[in-house]
Design a protein around this ligand. Structure first.
Ligand code: C6P
Length: 416
């Protein structure tokens, strides 16, 4: 049994026990034990989440908020329970501040199309950073093009950290929103978002945080952060695909126009006038993704059984170990060396294209991602066309980091 003892505390995290919760990990890929290091793209699911999906479809599949029959009542209760669990998970003040979406991308587009179109006008400015995922760039560019507004970009330094001195200089009386990622998917950088939010609020600018890569690793408390919006995806935090969460402060959501029209988002409809439903339903038009939302509730139940502090310490130790081992490989450069990072290691190997690295690692049973990671401006900033990215979750081990290092050495031999 591999049991990680942290340097700093007495807390232990039993990784081998936890791995048993994830049935997909226990398999051979291309004749080798699977080493899954593509968690930033999507994470694996514990058996309890898979069971929850099966149970929903075998026992109470039905539409929500519509039926008077028992199955519909049960489905509605389970769906709304997931909202309450989510509220508690991120410590939102009210359950109606939790809007279910399709994912992070959908949540950011909702903010851009609803809050953005109502509040951003000609000549206004929106601040983002140089490390954003395309999902937190393109929706704002589309809005700026429509409204003749301007996108301002916080520069990042050679480590992959936002330059805080330059950041504050971007604010002026035309700034309408700051949209920033909590954790970079391409670099692993954890941004000092509490401090950044405080600065933005000093200028009365609301803040939207992309939490897609943060929630799988860090405890998030939206009241403590005082962010105005916080968006994330279930599938990156060990839950099902197709379901995401938009948290918004009630005072903002209440005055925002609906994003989409349709069933469930209305109180009454005549040809002359439609009255919209109250929060959160105003933003959940049409039949929602009921099964995955219910299973997302099971995901939160699962995560609540884990000790986040112990996990965080374990992941940091794993990151330190893997970074140390990879750094010994001649010709390997790590892109993203921020002081505060999650378990994302982006790297290049001299003279070898990242796609070749990924393809050869696959033959060793190792899953990583290669390419621009939907963050092309980050690649441009570091002057690389692409990187290979190993991204770790709490179920990964030091042994797996060793397998990765050995396989990279094999790649080097093949090209020498
Ligand atoms: N990043 C990656 O491999 P969706 O696809 O909507 O669930 O999440 C989009 C998204 C938004 N912000 C950040 C910081 C992200 O990392 C992602 C998804 C994946 O890095 C797939 S491109």
């Amino acid at each position: 049994m591999i049991e990680a003892q942290t340097h700093t505390t007495e807390l232990t995290f039993d990784v081998e026990k936890t791995r048993k919760d994830f049935p997909i990990l226990n398999q051979q890929v291309r004749g080798k034990p699977l080493v899954y290091l593509d968690n930033a793209a999507t994470s694996q699911k514990p058996q309890v989440v898979i069971d929850s999906l099966v149970r929903y479809y075998t026992e109470f599949n039905s539409n929500v908020h519509r039926g008077v029959h028992l199955l519909s009542e049960q489905a509605t209760e389970a769906y709304e329970n997931s909202r309450l669990k989510t509220q508690r998970f991120i410590n939102a003040k009210r359950s109606e501040e939790i809007i279910f979406t399709r994912g992070t991308t959908d949540g950011i587009n909702l903010i851009a199309q609803s809050f953005g179109r109502a509040n951003v006008h000609e000549g206004d400015e929106i601040i983002i950073s140089g490390m954003e995922h395309h999902s937190n760039i393109v929706p704002w560019q589309m809005l700026c093009a429509e409204k003749k507004a301007t996108l301002r970009v916080i520069p990042i330094d050679d480590k992959g950290e936002i330059i805080l001195d330059d950041f504050e200089k971007l604010f002026n009386n035309k700034t309408r929103l700051l949209a920033l990622t909590h954790v970079s998917n391409a670099l692993g950088t954890i941004n000092p978002i509490k401090q950044v939010i405080e600065t933005a609020h000093k200028y009365n600018v609301p803040v939207s945080i992309d939490g897609a890569q943060a929630v799988p690793h860090l405890r998030v408390d939206v009241q403590e952060l005082d962010c105005d919006f916080y968006v994330f995806s279930s599938h990156k935090m060990f839950g099902p695909t197709g379901i995401g969460i938009l948290y918004g402060k009630k005072s903002l959501l209440e005055v925002m126009p609906p994003y989409q029209g349709g069933g469930d988002m209305i109180k009454s409809v005549t040809f002359e006038k439609t009255i919209y439903n109250e929060l959160p339903y105003k933003f959940e038009a049409g039949t929602p993704n009921i099964a995955d939302t219910v299973a997302f509730g099971a995901t939160i139940d699962y995560l609540n059984t884990l000790d986040y502090e112990a996990i965080h310490n374990y992941e940091q130790e794993l990151l330190e170990y893997a970074t140390g081992r990879l750094s010994t490989i001649d010709g390997l450069t790590i892109i993203g060396t921020a002081r505060e990072k999650t378990g994302v290691i982006s790297f290049t190997l001299d003279g070898i294209h990242p796609h070749d690295i990924g393809t050869i690692l696959d033959t060793e049973g190792i899953a990583i991602r290669t390419g621009h990671h939907c963050a092309q401006p980050v690649m441009q900033r570091f002057n690389v066309p692409a990187t290979a990215r190993a991204s770790f979750a709490f179920y990964n081990t030091k042994d797996e980091a060793d397998v990765l290092v050995n396989a990279i050495n094999k790649v080097k031999e093949m090209f020498s």
